[in-house]
Structures are given as C-alpha cells and as structure tokens.
Design a protein. Structure first.
Lengths: 261, 115
C-alpha cells in the first residue's frame, strides 16, 4: 500500500460520510425547515397560497356586503331583527327544544279521609314546583295536561278553578305534565333535595314522578300580547297621551321605536 | 497531511477502486448514523462544499504537478466559512446565504479550472 494514497482514501471516506450525513439530515428535517425546496413542499406552498387567495376573496366579498348593508341601512334593520328574535325568545314567543326534566304531578291515589282536598293538585303546588325549577336555572317551562300544553311566560298565571287549574286561560286537569328545559342533573337535584319540592308534595300524598329527558319540545306562548297600560319607559317620560290611541294597529300590534344615529 | 498527490497515481484503477469503496462505506455510515450526532444542515452543507473544494484543488494541483497542503487548505476554508457565519449572525443577514454563497462561487471558479 502506498502511504501517499492514504490521505486520498481518508478524504474519500470522510467525503462519503459527509454526503451520507447530508442526505440523512435533509430527509430527517421537517419539510418546512428543509434547506432545499422539495417538490412536496412546493406543492404544499402552492396549495396554501391558493387557500389564502380564496380566503382573501371571501373576506373582500364579505367586506363589500357589510359595507353595502351599512350604507343602505340594511345592517341596522338586521340588527333590529336579531334583537327582536332574542326578545321573542326570552319572552317565550318562539317554540324551543332541548334537554331538561319532565315532571308528572297527579292527585293522590290514596284515600285521604278528612284531608281529601289536600290530596288534589292545587295552583300553589304547581307554583311551588315552577318556582323551584326557575331557581334551578330552567330556561323554559310548560304545563300540560292531556293534549294541551301551555308555555309559561312573564304574563302567565295559574289559578284554581274548581277541579281544574287555569293556565294561560286554558283549563288543565290533573295529572299535570311540567316540562322544563335546562341542565337535567341540576334540575332533578333541585327538585329531589331533602325537604325539597318532591318530598313535600309526596308528604301531601300527591303522586309525583321526575324524569330526565334528552330532548324536550316546548311550544310558544299561545295568547296574544296586549298592553293597555304599561308603556315603554322613554315614552312615559314624554308628554302624556292616551295609551290606547298610541296603539292604533290593535291590541296585537307591537310598536318598536329605534333611535337612529 | 503534507503528502503530495500526483496525477498519475490518482488515476490508478486500484487506488480509485479503494477510494470508491471507502466513499461508499462512508455514505452508508452517514446514512445510518444515529440522529443524535447528525449536525445541522447549515454545518453540513458548508463542510461538504469545503471538502469538495479540497478534493478538486488537490486534483488540480496534482494535474499541474505542484505541491498541495490539503489539511492547511481545509483549515483555511473552514476558518473562512466560520468568519462568514459570524458576519451573517452579526449583520442579521441569513447566515445560510452569507456562508454558502461565497463557497458556491468559489467552487464554480475551481471547477472552471478543470477545462
């Protein structure tokens, strides 16, 4: 072996190692961090560019639409519509659905003797139950009987009329089915807590069952809205005028005044 | 490493064969090296260029029948690349460009001496 060739061979070995390491390093490197632009990363960059171009186009279109709505006043009308929908939802004027509990409250099936009247469901029993459900976070409540079902709102009332209970001017008789939308666990716990509503109503001899429901449907408030005396706070501060005349469209008409900038 | 490489000896088939075997073995070693010891491509690329430059310069020197100090040449280019890297870091310009571009230009000039 010629000693002068050793240097050349060492050089060849190190050059080979370097080349191998270089290839390995490039293969191991993330596509985004590769020092060389690979075909795959080029395609990926082109796809990203197309996506960004499409996003820019969509955002421009959206901006134009919003600008057009703003200039023509449609945006304000849309906002009013959304607020009106939210108000109707809060007032119980739209049907709703969701998880909750279903409570069936019926008259006592046991002979009551001298306390037979206490074995019947009264309006205060229902109010007691409804108050507890609202305190537990129920977002919508209805009372039904047979095929009838009435949504409870701020205008609702419950009143005993003989053997029946009047709800929203609809006569309902026992057993009553009370639906409440909300967190099922919370509602059930609130009703069944020691000394709570269920325990007290059972102590009176009433039949009550509470069941969780994955999806309940509650109808909208059925009666027409009417307001003869109550007025909006801003309008009340204005010079007095006959309230009935301010509502020329009839009792069901709702006047919305919007302060425009 | 102060050996003189002669053009006539370099082209001997046996010498070239041994060099090819060693080169291939080196490639295999590099390809299957543990990931923990693989340097960053920013180090590997200039190092590979410096090795190519050293090899080409040695070949040209042997062809022109003049002496060539391979180790000194390698050390000189390594120091040159390190200074370029420092300039890149201090100036804020991408070090890859500052280091690799002069080396690539240098290789182009060296290759042009082959014809």
């Amino acid at each position: 072996m010629d000693a002068r060739h050793v240097g050349f061979w060492v050089f060849a070995l190190i050059a080979g190692i370097l080349l191998g390491l270089l290839v390995r390093a490039i293969v191991l490197a993330e596509v985004e961090h590769r020092p060389l632009l690979a075909l795959g990363s080029y395609d990926r960059l082109e796809q990203e560019l197309d996506r960004l171009r499409a996003e820019v186009g969509a955002l421009r279109t959206e901006k134009d639409a919003l600008l057009r709505q703003l200039l023509t006043g449609e945006l304000s009308a849309e906002q009013i519509r959304q607020e009106l929908e939210a108000a109707k939802h809060a007032a119980g004027l739209t049907p709703v659905s969701g998880p909750g509990v279903e409570v069936v409250l019926g008259d006592s099936s046991r002979p009551g003797g001298a306390l037979v009247e206490r074995g019947l469901v009264h309006d205060y029993d229902l109010l007691f139950l409804i108050n507890e459900l609202r305190a537990a976070g129920a977002e919508a409540i209805s009372i039904g009987s047979g095929r009838m079902e009435e949504r409870l709102t701020a205008l609702s009332y419950l009143r005993c009329t003989g053997p029946t209970v009047l709800v929203n001017n609809t006569r309902l008789s026992a057993p009553f089915t009370i639906k409440a939308l909300g967190d099922s666990d919370t509602l059930v716990q609130a009703l069944k807590m020691p000394g709570g509503v269920v325990e007290q109503l059972q102590a009176y001899g009433l039949d009550i069952t509470v069941a969780k429901a994955g999806r309940l449907e509650i109808p909208a408030y059925s009666l027409p809205l009417s307001s003869r005396f109550a007025e909006d706070g801003q309008r009340t501060a204005a010079p007095a005028s006959p309230p009935v005349e301010e509502n020329p469209g009839g009792q069901d008409a709702v006047t919305v005044e919007v302060a425009r900038p | 490493m102060r050996e003189r490489i002669l053009a006539g000896r370099l082209l001997e088939p046996a010498t070239v064969a041994v060099a090819l075997v060693l080169f291939s073995g080196g490639v295999v070693l590099g390809l299957f090296a543990p990931t923990d010891i693989i340097p960053h491509p920013l180090v590997l690329l200039p190092l590979a260029l410096i090795f190519v430059d050293t090899g080409l310069s040695a070949f040209i020197a042997a062809r022109e029948k003049r002496s060539f100090k391979g180790l000194a040449h390698f050390a000189y280019l390594t120091a040159f690349a390190t200074i370029l890297y420092a300039i890149g870091v201090l100036s804020g310009i991408r070090p890859e460009l500052v280091v690799l571009l002069p080396l690539v230009v240098r290789e182009t000039l060296v290759l042009s001496r082959l014809y």
